[in-house]
Ligand binder design. Sequence first.
Ligand SMILES: NC(=O)c1ccc[n+]([C@@H]2O[C@H](COP(=O)([O-])OP(=O)(O)OC[C@H]3O[C@@H](n4cnc5c(N)ncnc54)[C@H](O)[C@@H]3O)[C@@H](O)[C@H]2O)c1
Length: 246
Amino acid sequence: MSSPRNVIVTGGAGGIGRSIAEAFIERGDRVILADLDTEAVTAVATQIGATPLIVDITDRDTAPAILADAAAGHGGIDVLVNNAGLLSLHGSITELDPADYEATLRVNVLGTFLVTQTVAKAMISAGKGGVIVNISSIGGRQPTPGMGGYESSKAAVDSLTRWAAIELAGHGIRVNAVAPGPVLTPMLAMAMPEGSEARAAWESRIPLKALAATTDVAAAAVFLASADAGHITGVSLPVDGGQLLT
Ligand SMILES: NC(=O)c1ccc[n+]([C@@H]2O[C@H](COP(=O)([O-])OP(=O)(O)OC[C@H]3O[C@@H](n4cnc5c(N)ncnc54)[C@H](O)[C@@H]3O)[C@@H](O)[C@H]2O)c1
């Protein structure tokens, strides 16, 4: 096992973020859980042995300083996982509320950009390279009616991944994304209980016939951040049970 690294996971209080953080901690890394939900992030960090960091990643006046301070305070950041995202605001092209679209783009695109910019600067000045993993979605490549606002934000995350990868490669920083299909988070399990019509409808689109577990997404993130993925940069890796094949 390689030596412990400092890892930031944004949106770490949520279903997938928690699982990603646990997977890094399991391999011996130190994790900073960054989230705007003070209560939830403090509780989750305590439960899993991470350090909580309260930050709104869309706030350009405060987020860069909070993240830069955290990086400096921990002796640098080796791995950034841009996982925070807004995935609840949907509507058809003729009906989506523009304010909802703007809110989604702010978190998923602007927020991911702001955190990447800040942490990349810290990685460049530390001069030790680094790894960035963005949590995208196969929706960025395969449309589902009614979800296009969210999906277009994830297409932008895939593009941002390639943008950062080409510019940061010279600094020894690799940038990739994990693109899940629907993931069985506690929230989704509640919204679509086993046996429900909604769950069956999603499963019927997936050749492997199951939604992803949060640990499937975490395993891909840990792999992309590892030395085993040392020659991989600029990709968005589907973790979708084959859904993109259909
Ligand atoms: N759940 C799925 O089916 C699924 C599928 C594909 C991709 N994803 C992506 O995975 C990521 C995590 O999803 P999840 O299902 O765990 O969602 P979640 O809602 O459980 O977690 C998201 C977390 O992000 C935090 N967050 C939101 N806005 C923030 C901000 N401005 N600053 C800081 N933190 C903020 C929330 O407080 C929350 O803790 C998202 O990027 C999502 O788009 C999810």
